[in-house]
Design a protein around this ligand. Structure first.
Ligand SMILES: Nc1ncnc2c1ncn2[C@@H]1O[C@H](COP(=O)(O)OP(=O)(O)OP(=O)(O)O)[C@@H](O)[C@H]1O
Ligand SMILES: [Mg+2]
Length: 346
């Protein structure tokens, strides 16, 4: 069960809905002969500033946009799986001695109260076992606490759009599902609008996730300020030239550099924390999120960190018609969350 909402039954009739700050993304899949198959996908922009607001008018705007998108995609089902960003939840990892599941559940619930700096009555708790140490006989458990106020906001939006919510989970969990791969250990860096989520995935299990205030819009603002231009113009420059040192006499790169530096330092810090805790080195970074499409950002991160930086492709395991491959690839970074949600329970 995730955040106290009804668990998905045997029901595979649902779609993944990612309500991002810049856009809403939807993906619907089915499982056929053991493989994921694409039914439908689509996205729609969200008016600037609306996602962060808690006003009834702004929530209504998002639910209307969701409704329009669902309608335009001709989706038949009303069942949805949604997610919350990492910035809305609190996560912590605890270690417990191995014990039967019924006792473990009780211990986790007790530990959650001790370890979460929020009033337990104000949050919904979810948890997952992220590792077992054969030597010490301990299990590591990630506890996720989502403020009820946040789960209620997303539930209100979804219900107002005439949809039935099946589960709420967190972005990092969805991404670690859609990017599941053979590599035993990697970090996902999801560069969104105002935030970037860094998630370490080990054996396809999310083991660490944190959120930092860096994103595409943060870069746009820095460019606007440094070049003394409007944000709309800065966004256009960013989309066209990226942060490539060779373009625009390096002016955009120079403007965005402090943000990029901050990003790489935070990635480095997360990876170091992980290796200190788990004694294993992360050597691969997978980029997702619209901000990762910024020209030059992949090579910047790779140069700064001396690591293998690749793009995570959530469509890699999804069977689809060949004529839409290009379209899917163009949108791959943004759809990592929606596809992961769509894969839940299949
Ligand atoms: N081709 C591109 N080049 C550079 N930046 C881009 C490109 N396409 C999208 N972006 C940037 O990506 C950001 C939006 O990414 P994304 O769709 O992943 O965010 P979101 O999921 O809506 O937001 P969040 O996850 O932060 O709530 C915007 O800041 C936008 O400027
Ligand atoms: Mg996002």
């Amino acid at each position: 069960m995730v955040f106290g909402l009804d668990q998905l039954k045997e029901n595979t009739d649902y779609f993944g809905l990612d309500i991002g700050t810049s856009s809403i993304k939807i993906a619907q899949l089915k499982k056929s002969f053991g493989k994921f198959e694409l039914i439908s996908f689509g996205s729609a922009p969200v008016e600037s500033g609306v996602s962060q607001s808690d006003s009834a008018i702004d929530k209504k705007k998002i639910s209307e946009e969701v409704k329009r998108l669902v309608h335009s995609m001709h989706l038949v089902t009303k069942n949805v799986v949604v997610s919350l960003p990492g910035s809305s939840v609190f996560t912590t990892v605890i270690k417990l001695p191995k014990m039967p599941m019924s006792e473990l559940k009780k211990a986790i619930s007790f530990q959650a109260e001790q370890n979460i700096p929020l009033k337990i009555t104000d949050v919904r708790i979810d948890w997952q076992i992220i590792g077992e140490s054969p030597n010490s006989g301990e299990v590591s458990v990630m506890i996720i606490a989502a403020p009820i106020i946040k789960t209620k906001k997303v539930a209100d939006i979804v219900e107002d759009a005439g949809l039935d919510i099946q589960a709420v989970e967190i972005n990092a969990l969805a991404v670690s599902r859609s990017l599941q791969a053979n590599e035993p250990l990697y970090a996902v860096v999801d560069i969104g609008t105002y935030t970037t989520e860094i998630t370490v995935v080990q054996s396809n299990v999310m083991t660490l996730t944190r959120s930092i205030p860096v994103g595409g819009q943060v870069m746009t603002r820095a460019i606007a300020q440094d070049l003394n231009i409007e944000e709309a113009q800065a966004e256009q420059f960013k989309l066209k030239f990226g942060v490539d040192k060779e373009r625009m006499e390096g002016k955009i790169f120079k403007a965005a550099k402090p943000i990029l530096k901050n990003l790489t330092e935070e990635i480095e810090r997360s990876i170091k924390y992980y290796s200190d805790q788990y004694n294993q080195n992360v050597t691969i970074i997978k980029l997702t999120g619209g901000g990762s499409k910024t020209i030059g950002i992949q090579s910047f991160i790779a140069d700064q960190l001396g690591m293998n930086v690749v793009y995570g492709n959530p469509w890699a395991m999804v069977v689809h018609k060949p004529d839409i491959t290009n379209q899917l690839n163009q949108n791959a970074p943004e759809f990592a969350v929606a596809v992961g949600l769509a894969m839940r329970g299949l």
